[in-house]
Design a protein around this ligand. Structure first.
Ligand SMILES: Cc1ncc(COP(=O)(O)O)c(C=O)c1O
Length: 492
């Protein structure tokens, strides 16, 4: 059994851990031991009692740390034997491949293909594996309801009027406060509230680019961003996005040398669809490179709060010394997509962003802004995020296990470190678009990989949403997808 004695604290104090709950601190130490191999798959970890004695933390804290690690899929409890480092079958599994990207700007996959897929998967009554959207059961719906009633009672006039750009002052303060906790010094005055993250990105692209301009994006990337690029008639140069550690700074340097780039648009904290997380050193490198060449970076950080082990991932904005990063995000993946509250933070382009926001939609829904401001101000948001991260980690592990059990043997599944989607590579001869159509006929929605690439690549890939309570219906849907994929694989 490995020891936790070495550098474990004996005099616990809340301040010593930057305000993180103590159990997360204990869990992180254990994870670090697993990462460096001091604790190996199958090793028994100290009992709860031993952990409590060695670390000086209470039994409750030690137990919560183990429950947290179990939710993260790092350890497992065996009846009457204790806790063990998990022998995780998924770890031995190959990752989905990042495909080679032809040089030069992509001829964008038609937005019609994406629209027709979205239309199909939005039909009511389908098992919802397509939209990257947390199920209401995972969201604090009752608290939001309560807050809505209170705010309408206390301040009906503000709710009934326009809250003009830059938007609700209290909400902007809360966003700035949260960013400051992650090394982003952004003034509340430099934040513009938007209707979701997609509007924030639209504002930035309209500000920085004209038809015919070249932008850099990852491949694969979120289909909604590709739709905006096509609508604006932008030329997209794709950078390969590794399913664990994101884009390679050398690929970025090569692209900048080869093309005149108007802006970069990256989702590097728990990318959709791969779940990849850019390492800190690469974040610094990428921002410095873009800063050095005067290329603005639109950072879509919508999943940044949803790291399973690390908690909130550092925004790229934290490395932005030249004020060239436009940080975009929203509460759609954490609090409620229905609120439609997002933002963009930029000192340099603040005025232009406000002007564009006026012309695009005048203002974001006032009541939504008030609700978001009040929720972020209370401690309920952090409590909710802690529960949500653990739930998502568990759910993603469960979905992944089911996919590996039901899909054909050569299937590779991503191992996201945050967020809640799985990126699945199927055997080469399985057509994801056909699978999507056959699944829809069986009342299952799923996204074909091809909509995540400007080049129309990833034809034998799928993306599924795991932010759903596990049920027999979900298991059955995954089994059905696996059956169709196996049939397609055998057919050729
Ligand atoms: C990477 C990414 N960016 C933006 C969006 C859109 O976010 P919002 O609903 O806040 O506009 C999504 C939604 O799926 C997304 O996955």
């Amino acid at each position: 059994m490995a020891s936790l004695d070495s550098d474990t604290p004996t005099a616990p104090s809340a301040e010593a851990h930057g305000g993180d709950p103590l159990y997360e601190t204990v869990a992180r130490r254990l994870l670090a031991q697993i990462d460096v191999g001091a604790l190996r798959p199958g090793d028994r970890v100290p009992s709860v009692r031993e952990l409590s004695r060695k670390t000086g933390y209470s039994i409750t804290t030690a137990l919560k740390a183990y429950e947290h690690l179990e939710a993260l899929g790092a350890i497992e409890s065996r009846p009457r034997s204790g806790y063990f480092v998990r022998l995780e079958p998924a770890r031995a599994q190959a990752l989905p491949q990042t495909l080679e990207i032809p040089p030069g700007p992509a001829s964008l996959i038609s937005a019609d293909v994406i629209s027709s897929v979205l239309e199909t998967v939005s039909r009511p009554g389908l098992v919802p594996l397509a939209h990257a959207s947390p199920a209401p059961e995972l969201l604090p719906v009752a608290q939001l309801h309560h807050l809505t009633r209170r705010l309408l009672r206390e301040d009906p006039d503000t709710a009934a009027g326009y809250l003009m750009p830059p938007g609700h002052a209290g909400l902007r303060q809360q966003i700035a406060r949260r960013l400051a906790g992650h090394r982003c010094e952004v003034s509340p005055d430099d934040i513009v509230i938007t209707t979701g993250s997609l509007e924030a990105i639209n504002l930035c692209l309209r500000l920085l680019c004209c038809a015919g301009d070249t932008i850099l994006m990852e491949s694969p990337t979120y289909s909604g961003l590709l739709q905006v690029a096509e609508e604006m008639r932008l030329r997209v140069v794709e950078l390969p996005n590794h399913p664990q550690h994101g884009i390679d700074p050398d690929d970025l340097r090569r692209a900048i040398r080869r093309h005149r780039v108007a802006a970069a648009l990256f989702v590097q904290n728990f990318n959709n669809p791969t779940g990849s997380l850019l390492p800190e050193e690469a974040k610094r490198d990428i921002v410095q490179t873009l800063n050095g060449h005067g290329v603005p970076l639109i950072e879509d950080d919508i999943y940044g709060e949803l790291g399973y082990a690390c908690g909130r991932a550092t925004p790229l904005k934290a490395y932005d010394e030249a004020d060239m990063v436009l940080h975009c995000s929203s509460l759609s993946k954490t609090l409620s997509p229905g609120l439609r509250v997002g933002w963009v933070a930029s000192h340099r382009w603040r005025r232009e962003l406000i002007r564009h926001k006026f012309t695009l939609s005048t203002a974001t829904n006032s009541l939504s802004q008030m609700i978001a401001g009040a929720f972020l101000e209370s401690s309920a948001y952090d409590r909710h995020l802690r529960t949500l991260r653990a739930t998502l980690a568990r759910s993603v592990a469960r979905f992944s296990e089911a996919v590996l059990r039901h899909f054909p043997p050569q299937t590779a599944v991503s191992r996201p470190q945050g967020g809640f989607v799985l990126w699945i590579e199927l055997p080469r001869n399985v057509d994801g678009l056909e699978l999507f159509q056959r699944a829809a006929r069986e009342r299952i929605s799923v996204n074909p990989g091809v909509i995540f690439s400007a080049n129309g690549s990833y034809q034998n890939y799928l993306r599924i949403n795991c932010a759903l309570p596990w049920s027999a219906e979900i298991e059955q849907a995954i089994a059905t997808l696996g059956r169709i994929a196996s049939w397609q694989a055998r057919r050729a």
